[in-house]
Design a protein around this ligand. Structure first.
Ligand code: ADP
Ligand code: MG
Length: 267
């Protein structure tokens, strides 16, 4: 769909989120305007309580503003019904959280197939697409592992594969490296940069760490529900260049996998 938004994939105007507490009105967001162009990698920075999660939840169609407007891909989503919003979430957005949010007993391939089920993807190709997405994040040798059998970094890569499998317009990441040590943080940031550059997915990432934000192409700072700074990262940091998506051989389906799983040939 074309519109006057041109290249803007996200356009929020005068966004407000107000909570009435007794006689008082508390603003979690107090007039946020922001345009994100297709292909940008934007870090949202701010102290605890500044409104980052509120903004992310509204942009992620998980919450509604009490004022202002929001267009995603040129479509006004601020007045959509719950069903329409979940449709938008399933087709246009991918989510990555600090705690990975994986389903505890599910194998990696099945985790990544879940959004394909909700987006109405043909059943016959779901598993193939999930495997492809896991291989892209370097987990060809962990396809049939459960979260308890993987490190934190591997679990976050499963979550990224799950977020990207539907080819979303926007990937929303809320403190994606918050639980990871510095080495694994670099791997995850390298993977996000690579996804941004090679797949062209627009990324919005919340962080409170300056050196994490520096891997983005743009840093937006919020405080007290308002944008207080917005700058391009001109000298783009190249610290995260470990090759982590070098593919591993695909491990064949184990004998105890659910029946009906096709056998996967090694690459
Ligand atoms: P951040 O993610 O930056 O830590 P939040 O977006 O979670 O900040 O919260 C922003 C502000 O809005 C905080 O002051 C918080 O207390 C307030 N807030 C968030 N949710 C609610 C709510 N349900 N009721 C009242 N106040 C809220
Ligand atoms: Mg928060």
């Amino acid at each position: 769909m074309t519109s006057a938004t041109g290249n803007a994939v996200i356009r929020v105007r005068d966004l407000e989120k107000a909570y009435d507490i007794g006689d008082e009105t508390v603003y979690a967001l107090h007039g946020v305007s922001l345009e994100v162009r297709r292909g940008e990698f934007v870090a949202i920075m701010g102290a605890s309580g500044s409104g980052k999660s509120t903004l992310m939840n509204i942009i992620g169609c998980l919450d509604r503003p009490t004022g202002g407007s929001y267009e995603l891909d040129g479509v006004d989503v601020s007045s959509m019904s719950d069903d329409e919003l979940s449709e938008v979430r399933n087709h246009k957005l991918g989510f990555v959280f600090q705690n990975y949010n994986l389903l505890p007993r599910m194998r990696a391939v099945d985790q990544v197939m879940v959004p394909l089920f909700y987006s109405g993807d043909p059943a016959a190709t779901r598993q193939e697409r999930a495997i492809e997405s896991l291989r892209r994040v370097g987990l060809g040798d962990r396809l049939w592992h459960r979260p308890t059998e993987m490190s934190g970094g591997q679990q976050q890569r499963v979550a990224i594969a799950r977020a990207l499998v539907t080819n979303p317009s926007v990937l929303l990441a809320d403190e994606p490296t918050g639980n990871l040590d510095s080495r694994v943080t670099e791997e995850i940031l390298a993977l996000l940069q690579e996804s941004n550059e090679q797949l062209g997915v627009t990324i919005l990432m919340i962080t409170h760490e300056a050196d994490v934000a520096e891997c983005a192409t743009r840093i937006v700072q919020i405080d007290d529900g308002k944008v207080i700074a917005d700058r391009q990262v001109t000298d783009r940091r190249r610290a995260h260049h470990q090759v982590i998506t070098a593919d591993h051989d695909v491990v064949p389906v184990p004998a105890d996998a659910a029946s009906g799983q096709p056998t996967v040939s090694p690459a």
